[in-house]
Design a binder for this molecule. Structure first.
Ligand code: ADP
Ligand code: MG
Length: 237
């Protein structure tokens, strides 16, 4: 616990919550016995990610331990990888255990961000035999069978349109990226509908944001059960 606090202080990681998993020293720490970890680590490095950023150090192990997270870190601090790596690991393990259906879902407020997330995701899963998919109008028109998807990325507007035909009960990890925007007036209803459709009894929800207005934090608290709040950098909220 002492070592964990030294690391947190060094990286300006602030945590609030019970039994918080220690931050990572490096990506190699994630390496386990399973063969696919080696490949994932190689893909991570090949994508130019050699050392984890502070938010990645703290959030990655938390999500691997199925902890719900409210992560507030500045733009450019590497929040994408902080959730992509753990959901890829989860999806792969679940796929190896023959679990069916969408295993992780990433929600983004805009199409552009969803496309960007998908690009990073596709590079990371190269050779892992996981099916990852951006739920956009093209995929809907093409009649893509999302039940064969392991990891899906979508905007609430698009997803709420296909929600009826898409079974989200298998989703174990629900990531709300740029959560402050997902909870704004125009998107809240659709976002809420998606959250409710993710009916897995052990659903893990994680919220990522650069800023977190008090109203949104309140909402977050009503969605998350026993979350860990992770703040990186100077406290501004
Ligand atoms: P955020 O979502 O917090 O604004 P991003 O996830 O978009 O940040 O990452 C910001 C930039 O930092 C991207 O260009 C990304 O490729 C890069 N990046 C993320 N993690 C790392 C890392 N561990 N090492 C080097 N670059 C990284
Ligand atoms: Mg981001």
């Amino acid at each position: 616990a002492q070592a964990a606090n030294v690391l947190r202080k060094h990286y300006q990681i602030h945590v609030k919550g019970s039994n918080v998993t220690p931050p990572l020293q490096g990506f190699e720490e994630v390496k386990k016995k399973r063969k696919f970890y080696e490949k994932l680590l190689a893909n991570t490095k090949a994508s130019g990610f050699t050392t984890p950023t502070p938010v990645q150090r703290q959030v990655l192990p938390l999500l691997l331990h199925h902890r719900e997270v409210l992560a507030v870190a500045p733009t450019g601090s590497g929040k994408t990888l902080a959730y992509l790596l753990p959901i890829i690991i989860h999806a792969k393990v679940a796929a190896l255990r023959s679990h069916q259906g969408i295993k992780a879902l990433v929600m983004s407020p805009t199409r552009e961000l969803a496309e960007q997330i998908t690009r990073v995701l596709l590079r990371l899963v190269q050779g892992l035999h996981l099916s990852c998919c951006l739920i956009n109008s093209a995929a809907v028109v093409a009649g893509t069978d999302f039940s064969k998807t392991d990891i899906a990325v979508a905007t609430p507007l698009r997803l709420s349109k296909v929600a009826k035909q898409t079974d989200l009960s298998s989703v174990r990890y629900l990531i709300l990226d740029e959560a402050d925007k997902l909870f704004e007036e125009g998107l809240f209803k659709q976002t809420d509908r998606v959250i409710k459709a993710c009916s897995h009894p052990r659903l893990v929800v994680a919220l990522f944001s650069a800023t977190l207005p008090e109203s949104v934090e309140e909402l977050a608290r009503s969605i998350l059960r026993d979350p860990v709040r992770v703040t990186v950098g100077q406290r501004n909220v």
